[in-house]
Write a protein of this length. Structure first.
Length: 168
């Protein structure tokens, strides 16, 4: 698809079925004709605009992601790196398993659990715990490439910890 401003439209077909249509604003006349044709063929009452092309929600990042992150933690006293798999449910919850290195000490199989919220501008925040440490951690993130890439920054005091997650 061309990289022009657009709108995503959703047509409910019933029975948990729907069609999503992207309208390129440079070709709006063609879209209107196609929408009328779809309505006549499918018996859809109307196409409803869902969002602007770059709009995001919790569902944008639903799925499994490979995660890699590194930086300084614990008042910048520890060099830390994480590598693992995170599963995001599309409803604000995340779980996963990480291998964690803190100053070269390796801990495999560290469970991650938390919550997240995505803003319409494709930014968001999350709160999570890792392993047996009950301390909640927080991060801000930005979503790119239509939900295929997430870059994040831990926002807790005393940390400089960044990473990315790529859809599997």
């Amino acid at each position: 698809m061309a990289n022009h401003p657009g709108i995503i439209w959703r047509a409910e077909l019933g029975g948990n079925r729907a069609i999503l249509v992207r309208m390129d604003l440079q070709h709006s006349r063609t879209f209107v004709l196609a929408a009328v044709g779809l309505t006549a063929i499918l018996g859809v009452a109307a196409l409803q605009p869902v969002s602007a092309e770059e709009s995001c929600s919790n569902r944008t990042v639903e799925g499994a992601f490979a995660l890699a992150a590194r930086g300084q933690t614990e008042n910048l006293e520890h060099t830390t790196a994480n590598l693992g798999r995170i599963v995001v449910d599309g409803h604000g919850n995340l779980t996963g398993t990480l291998t964690v290195s803190i100053n070269g000490r390796i801990a495999r199989g560290q469970h991650v659990a938390g919550t997240y919220a995505v803003n319409a501008d494709c930014t968001g925040s999350e709160q999570f715990t890792i392993g047996t440490d009950p301390t909640p951690r927080t991060a801000d993130f930005v979503i790119a490439d239509h939900g295929r890439q997430i870059s994040f920054l831990e926002t807790d005091s005393g940390t400089v910890f960044v990473g990315s997650a790529t859809r599997q």
